[in-house]
Design a protein around this ligand. Structure first.
Ligand SMILES: [Zn+2]
Length: 115
């Protein structure tokens, strides 16, 4: 279950940010998770609770912000959202999608802290 490793990474990053902010307590960690990131939210929440115990993150909320998949269609010259994430084609013209513009994110957007 890779969520355990992910949770540990998130906790490490959040602890670094918290210490830079000199926070004594973290209320929430807002995490941007792309549709293609392959994260199972329930498993990540559970792993996060474990990994954050006995740190300033203990008891904080892991708020997952879903980032929808967006690809570039070279025919429509537009950013479009495929109907299904396992079928990366333009919903308008059915051309195979080019570049993935959004949807692979797995990053901390913000920390809510008690200073
Ligand atoms: Zn198109």
């Amino acid at each position: 279950m890779h969520e355990i490793d992910l949770a540990q990474d998130i906790v490490n990053l959040a602890l670094e940010q918290a210490s830079r902010l000199r926070a004594t307590r973290v209320l929430a960690v807002n995490l941007r998770v792309g549709q293609l990131a392959g994260v199972e939210a329930g498993a990540l929440h559970a792993a996060y609770r474990e990994a954050s115990a006995r740190t300033v993150l203990a008891g904080s909320r892991l708020a997952i912000i879903d980032v929808p998949l967006v690809v570039w269609c070279a025919v429509c010259l537009a950013e479009v959202t495929p109907v299904r994430i396992n079928r990366l084609r333009c919903p308008r013209c059915d051309t195979a999608a080019g570049e993935i513009r959004r949807g692979r994110e797995l990053e901390i957007a913000a920390l809510e802290v008690d200073a």
